[in-house]
Design a protein. Sequence first.
Length: 355
Amino acid sequence: MKVAGAVALAGAIGGCAAVPRSKVAFDDIPRMSLTHLPTACYRMENLTKLVGGPDLFIKRDDVMELAHGGNKTRKLEYALAEALNRKSGAIVTQGGLQSNHVRQTCSGAAKVGLECHVILSNPVPEMKAELMGSGNYLMDQLLGAHIYFADDGRGPVVEKVLADLTSAGRNPYNIPAGASNGIGSLGYMNAARELIGQWQEMAIRPSHIFTATGSCGTQAGLLMGLRYFGNTDTAVVGISVSARRDRLETRTREVLNMICDETGIAKNFIKDDDIYVNDEYIGEGYGRPTDAGIAAIRTVGANEGVILDPVYTGKCMSAMLDLLQRRILDNPRDVVFLHTGGAPAIHPYADFFRS
Ligand SMILES: *Cc1c(COP(=O)(O)O)cnc(C)c1O
């Protein structure tokens, strides 16, 4: 198996052009603060010992202020700024019944005083009672959202809700699933700049950063941000929680291009061999826990006092531990785990933790 690493990537990155002059300075793009930043980044002492090296670090994007936070909060700092600039009267978004993105969007909309309309579908039909009984879905209700169900496909319902709000004069602002467009993904360029500063302070030079990937805005923004702000040698490893590698690598390229459209960065700035997704830890599919993911949640809970989730970060952690233990990563030096949030979902999935 080929895993992108510092050595494998050196040629590709060394060959990339100097940062092109962009039509917009990054800091001129409107962003609104929705949580106090930076989030913490620190060494996981016990997990490092357990694995026997290299040094393992964690970036705590699970600790934020929008109703338990997570990676979507950074994306919403750009998306909601755009909605307010456009004088929108309502936010529309979509996701699964236990979508962390939807929960954070409901929270952000409430915070900035906008109505929030959310279109939900059920990705795991046999778990309907559990998925509707607690966790993110329960929080959506507490956050005052208008909820619509669309198990036969969210697209047409989203269109209908947007049309109805438009004819009512509400000028709705539509945020795509996961906020993974050119605007939302800027949140992870911002996170990348934050990380570069923290790594300098800690005097580390990570060889790899791991993130769970689904709609690919996090991976695209992180990769673009690292390279744009001057990091040439940290490989971004996306661990798929849903689709096959080819599809997510293609999708990551599409999101990178959307970021280029927003910022004016040249489309060839990120080379194809700098985009890497691993799809070997999905298990039976999106929203379906794996035994290794559940075990990783227990390991990190008991050894680091950190709660991961069964849909995203547990699978990503199981991948990181497995690739390290099997010595498959190229020259791992300091390895960073991006905790993208999601812990509210442990409640609907509680049955998977009974042993
Ligand atoms: C949405 C989400 C991801 C995936 O991020 P994308 O930008 O959609 O790829 C990872 N982890 C958690 C907890 C999420 O909610």
